[in-house]
Design a protein around this ligand. Sequence first.
Ligand code: G6Q
Length: 548
Amino acid sequence: MSTRVMPSVRPLRDRPAWRALEKHYGELRATHLRELFAADETRGERMVAEGAGLYLDYSKNRITDETLGLLEALAEQSGVADRIEAMFTGERINVSENRSVLHVALRMPRSASLIVDGVDVVRQVHEVLDRMAAFSDRVRSGEWRGHTGKAIRNVVNIGIGGSDLGPVMAYEALRHYTTREMTFRFVSNVDSTDLVEATRDLVAEETLFIVSSKTFTTLETMTNAHSAREWALAGLGGEESAIAKHFVAVSTNAEKVTEFGIDTNNMFGFWEWVGGRYSMDSAIGLSTMLAIGPERFHELLAGFHAVDEHFRGAPFGQNLPMLMGLLGVWYGDFFGAQTVGVMPYEQYLKRFPAYLQQLTMESNGKHVTLAGRPVEYETGAIYWGEPGTNGQHSFYQLIHQGTKLIPVDLIAFAKTLNPLGDHHDLLMSNVFAQAEALAFGRTEQEVRAEGGPADVVPHRVMEGNRPTNVILAEELTPWTLGSLVALYEHMVFTQGVVWEIDSFDQWGVELGKALAVRIIPELKNEDEPELHHDSSTNALIRRYRAMR
Ligand code: G6Q
């Protein structure tokens, strides 16, 4: 029987390593990366870690060996190793919802087994994967026919949050591997424009909707699903029986799926122990599997799994998620950095920062500890980013010369999937040049030596000492994508353990869901409603009713 787990560790600020880090920060904060590199010629080769196909250069961080030792001690004193085991064995580490957190089981190989509450969850996972594969093969081969006998050419995933961001990101990231005979669209926003624009050039006879919702009650998704159903019926002659061939569901809620009119034979399940933002490798990835095929989807899972094993087994100094997690704590809690930039130098990863925003901020944007006490330190950072080199021509200015410290992750690949002239060398030269410039800057002396008006010199000086992680992989494949996502999942986990917060609940998001529901009738009512909000909300509602 799995149990609810409360760690028994000292409050964060009382841990000896934390205290030592406070003192150490005082000594190190004025040290420049220029000095650290000058003092150790091997730094750039030493402060690297490799695992599961990913190479991490963390040498351009404001750390010494002593910092690393203290961060490792902090991880130990925070019980990271025990918490990893607790997660991997299905203990209920999501304490506020009393749930296990088992996305790692979604990518365990068929030969593995993990018994939770008497059930082998790995067997369950592979049963669903097999059903998804059989379905995907039928659709991709044209064997699955729509109501009028035509093959499916368009797939529209309807979902939001965790039931959308992963599928969209994965589709864009793996576009190179997708079948180009089919069109994939993603509808998330309850703003009607989203659905209308996604379907305007599609033919209902050739379109399959995947309604993706863990709960199957989410307002946006259900509203879009109902309107999509109207759209499909209108294009299919109005026969209700047509729906079965054009709608499938991904959900944990069979009852609601049936109520909507989707046959549970066309439902792909998952489980309450899969959090929304940790679900792109569950049945929520059905659109991904339809796009890249089952074999490639299994490669994606293998990439995830490789990092799971790495995270569970690698020593601290080689453990990518732990290193990145603790470095985040170092900057957020000691240097006061509020944000982290993630810049993929890979066009296919254009939605990766958006995906990471949910993963990191929904997980670690928390203000109380597991025991419900207010935290006395900073928790989750604000994550943001854009693909390089576009960002370089806009907001990088602030990273280089602004007054805020912004640690940046630069993600790049040795090989491009679209070789074209010297594009890739040019792209990669930017990765290395940016990391170099951010770390070492440009001194006054260097600027003067270049000549130019003396009064402009201060404007051109770059302080440097801006930290980066460079993450290098060979090539963007389904496997590498899985490993990258798992890297950040476990980075988030590590930080959550140190901060002693619940990285797996999202009460702030739940609140938003409830609040809107209260206002809906006040907008829809024919008669002027009696309003009992604050004066601002009341006035806005009245103004909207008058203006529409
Ligand atoms: C994720 C969040 C949230 C959720 C959506 C959609 O961790 O809980 O983003 O995924 O609110 O929920 P449903 O899948 O239940 O529609």
